[in-house]
Design a protein around this ligand. Structure first.
Ligand code: SAM
Length: 385
């Protein structure tokens, strides 16, 4: 029996007899990839025990939960190809697995942990956002500070978003110099993320933060300004405005989360023109590029079904956005910021201003190539630039 199979059996039996503590998978075969490690634990989710995977990337963590059976299949494939080291901790023994080339070994060692951890959902307990007043007024928490039944996904999204901000600001001069920080949130909507971001910057990082939400709906502006005033968030303001027309001279950070279709492009263009250090957006619908896709170069089979065309359009739209940001001197990252079980709109594009500008033409050539391949007549962001 191979060492992988033996390890899998130990994993399976430790789950069955509740002695499983944790499994870590490290040393990815793709050393240059952004995924560095996977930590697997057991979590009770909606009263069902599931395997909870924390995918540790270079700059952020993504958690995904899977029923045990599916999770074991995932672990099997990670063991056989993606990672070369695995450490299994159970309350009876530890197991250290290592693969090198075609050879592998599995060592059993005395148990590090004598008791199994609480199977509660660890991630749910780590909440970066502190203020409860505004979350109650925004209708996320009830008067006892509990998350309202239909707001669980929103609450997770808010926390995940602040976790992303936390990791971006770690060692970033925007936070370390403790100077003032100006943020604009384009398409702030009901203000959930705007409030949480202000709370994090001003009350946790203790920065002199001023945050402006920009929104076309007057009712939301009035409501958010009222809540900001009542909780004493003095430098959080919401302004009525259309993103494309908003006068933004300079800003440190621009966010645009789920701003509709080309509103994301308007926001990115504004952020780059304002020389923002960080641009963070989670695109929403991607209609503009889809409508503009015609005469693709031999890719008809990828585009002939509506749903496939829709998804290709999303990917191409965001790939071009990232390339255009690179061409303007932003180092970009594109990743899923939250598990799809909480929102389908989970892709995030982050642009961080480079100290030195790279050669823009290489990125513009890539844009041209993609446009030609997919028969795209126009990408709205490109036309804005
Ligand atoms: C889906 S909501 C997202 C709200 C918030 N950013 C969030 O993620 O929770 C999008 C918001 O953007 C606003 N919006 C869309 N296009 C806009 C534009 N061009 N200018 C200003 N606001 C816009 C909409 O009115 C809506 O409130």
């Amino acid at each position: 029996m191979s060492n992988e199979t033996r390890l899998l059996q130990h994993i399976q039996s430790s789950i069955a007899d509740d002695s499983f503590v944790r499994l870590t998978l490290s040393k990815p075969t793709d050393q240059k990839g952004i995924l560095k490690k996977v930590i697997v634990s057991l979590a009770s989710i909606k009263k069902e025990t599931q395997l909870s995977f924390i995918y540790r990337h270079k700059t952020n963590d993504i958690t995904k939960n899977q029923p045990i059976k599916e999770g074991l299949v995932t672990i099997e494939s990670q063991l056989s190809g993606e990672f070369e080291i695995a450490n299994l901790f159970t309350t009876s023994s530890d197991f250290a697995y290592e693969r090198n080339g075609g050879k592998s070994r599995l060592k059993e060692k005395p148990a590090t942990f004598k008791t199994a951890p609480n199977r509660g959902h660890d991630k749910e307990k780590r909440h970066l956002i502190q203020g409860t007043d505004y979350l109650q007024l925004l209708g996320v928490l009830d008067k006892n500070g509990r998350v309202l039944k239909d707001k669980g996904d929103k609450f997770k999204q808010i926390n995940k978003f602040v976790e992303v901000i936390e990791s971006l600001l770690k060692n970033h001069e925007l936070a370390s110099s403790k100077k003032s920080i100006r943020v604009v949130d384009m398409g702030s909507g009901k203000g959930y993320l705007t409030f949480a971001l202000y709370d994090y910057l001003a009350n946790q990082l203790k920065l002199d933060a001023s945050v402006a939400g920009v929104e076309v709906r007057q009712d939301l502006i009035d409501k958010c300004n009222g809540i900001a005033k009542s909780v004493g968030f003095e430098q959080l303001n919401f302004e009525l405005g259309y993103i494309g027309d908003y006068a933004l001279d300079s800003t440190d950070m621009l966010i645009a989360l789920h701003a509709c279709d080309t509103a994301t492009d308007d926001a990115i263009a504004k952020g780059m023109a304002a020389n923002a250090e960080l641009i963070i957006c989670a695109p929403c619908c991607h209609k503009q590029v889809r409508k503009s896709m015609t005469d693709s170069q031999g890719l008809d089979s990828l585009l002939q079904h509506g749903i496939l065309k829709e998804r290709q359009a999303e990917i191409v739209t965001d790939a071009i956005r990232a390339l255009l940001m690179e061409s303007k001197g932003y180092k970009t990252k594109v990743f899923e910021f939250i598990s799809t079980e909480h929102t389908g709109k989970n892709l995030m594009i982050v642009g961080q201003k480079r100290k030195k500008t790279a050669n823009p033409q290489q990125y513009l050539d890539e844009v041209e190539k993609l446009k030609q391949q997919f028969g795209i007549k126009e990408h709205y962001l490109e036309s804005l630039l």
